[in-house]
Design a protein around this ligand. Structure first.
Ligand code: PLP
Length: 465
């Protein structure tokens, strides 16, 4: 690959020249989810500031952030109120843990607020610093629950193909994308993988609705194969995000919930992307008529202003920990579980989401977002367009009638991403998909612009194939 020269010397907002930043970025900063060789050769896009749905790079160029940065900036950039609230808290008290018998007002208030946001009966909140850590906590809390209930053999976790649950060792094992496994073995023992509800490429070779949602029954088959007495939990994203915006059909999670109940298995909803309004509901799982046992959250809880994640537990799950008596202590927790300034930022973010009715806005805007994106199907290389609330994947194919994917090396979705970037719109190329996930504040005129740019970008890349 040709090496792009370091950028010319314009002033970045920090006062350092953009050229020097670019050079130091290539020399010193380790970037994830990208080839390190590509990061060295091509550099990265250095963002300097943002307002609303727009961000600017260090050379002053403006982009529409149609990815909410990393599926997380729900309320948009530049919300001074969140920054002010965090700063006030920092000035008052640098830090207090939620471990070893300490607590702080923002952590307590946020836990109580999240218990009100969550589905009925989900009352207990454990904080982490992000989604991967939250899934590690979920693994430990699920196993702990069964141990405390005297069911020592229940430790396995069933997860879906194409799931994304994080990139720490336990959460990466739950992740069902092979790129996160290759090179990193051995993985965490005790993870069982089953087919997901990917109707465009059904792993069971069936068609919806004649299939009768057979993919949900795969859970029961796996439980019978492994033995219910070995399984602690089943985990799924209400809509798979990184895996390609894959939403199960109506009835799927209702059946999953019934299977989990029948076999005494905890049902975990990983709401790291779908929580806090993304699907037009407070939590995404409410789009199905079920309540999970545990919710894993992160991202939208602070809109990315500061790092936070966690797990919300149903009361009977937590009850096992209390009922274990004073001789038992929870040996799990992180220094920054419930950091006061971070929790204060989360409270300010939830204030904005509630005051501006962004969950309802997302619900009202989603049909327009879907309608406009469906027009992309006209392209010969668009195989499928999947939307769920304010997230979408445009799946690109080499041959539409046969649904033949492009070879991975061609990186066609990444090329479309590059073409969109040149036109001032940030989307993501992920696997076979071009992915969109705008801030919840998006309005129709910006949706029009984003869809026009994605259409032009697809046309440009298609003409070069
Ligand atoms: N779970 C889901 C569904 C995610 O989409 C992500 C990140 O994208 C994670 C977990 C991991 O979160 P984090 O990157 O904050 O560790």
């Amino acid at each position: 690959m040709k090496r792009r020269p370091a950028r010319k010397s314009t002033r970045a907002s920090s006062g350092r020249s953009a050229g020097r930043l670019d050079r130091d970025d290539r020399r010193h900063l380790v970037h994830g989810f990208i080839s390190p060789a590509a990061a060295r050769d091509e550099g990265t896009l250095q963002l300097a500031r943002g307002r609303g749905i727009y961000v600017w790079d260090t050379s002053g160029r403006r982009y529409i952030d149609a990815l909410a940065s990393l599926w997380n900036v729900h309320v948009g950039h530049g919300r001074a109120e969140i920054a002010r609230t965090a700063a006030v808290q920092m000035k008052k008290l640098a830090f207090a843990p939620t471990l070893l018998g300490f607590s702080s007002e923002p952590a307590i208030e946020l836990a109580a607020r999240l218990a009100r946001w969550a589905p009925p009966g989900m009352t207990r909140v454990f904080f982490t610093s992000g989604g991967s850590e939250a899934n590690e906590s979920m693994i430990r809390l699920s196993r702990l629950y069964w141990r405390l209930r005297g069911r020592e053999s229940k430790y396995k976790i069933i997860a879906l193909e194409r799931a994304y649950h994080g990139s720490s060792t336990g959460s990466a094992t739950l992740t069902g994308l092979t790129a996160f496994h290759k090179y990193y073995e051995p993985l965490m023992p005790g993870v069982v993988r089953i087919a997901n509800a990917y109707c465009y490429r059904c792993p069971l070779g069936l068609r919806y609705p004649e299939c009768g949602i057979a993919c949900a029954d795969e859970l029961e088959k796996a439980i019978e194969r492994e033995g219910a007495d070995t399984i602690a939990a089943f985990i799924a994203e209400p809509v798979q995000g990184v895996g390609g915006v894959i939403a199960p059909p109506p009835g799927y999670f209702e059946r999953i919930r019934a299977i989990c109940d029948r076999h005494e298995i905890l049902f975990v909803a990983d709401e790291v992307i779908t929580g806090f309004g993304r699907l037009g509901t407070r939590f995404g799982i409410s789009n199905w008529n079920v309540v999970p046992d545990l919710i894993v959250f992160a991202k939208g809880v602070t809109s990315g202003y500061l790092p936070l994640g966690g797990v919300i537990l149903r009361e009977p799950i937590y009850a096992a920990l209390e009922e274990a008596g004073r001789g038992f202590a929870l040996h799990h927790g992180f220094t920054y579980s419930g950091h006061p300034a971070v929790c204060a930022a989360a409270l300010a973010n939830l204030d904005i989401i509630e005051r501006e009715k962004l969950v309802a806005h997302a619900r009202r805007t989603a049909p327009y977002f879907a309608r406009r994106l469906q027009t992309l199907r006209e392209s010969a290389i668009v195989g499928d367009v999947r939307t769920a609330g304010l997230m979408a994947a445009v799946e690109l194919v080499a041959e539409k009638s046969k649904r033949t994917p492009f070879p991975a090396e061609a990186a066609v979705p990444m090329q479309v991403r590059g073409a969109a970037l040149r036109r001032g719109v940030i989307v993501r190329g992920s696997g076979d998909n071009v992915v969109l996930c705008p801030p919840l504040i998006i309005q129709r005129d910006v949706i029009d612009r984003v869809v026009d740019v994605v259409a032009e970008s697809i046309r440009e890349i298609e003409s070069q194939l």
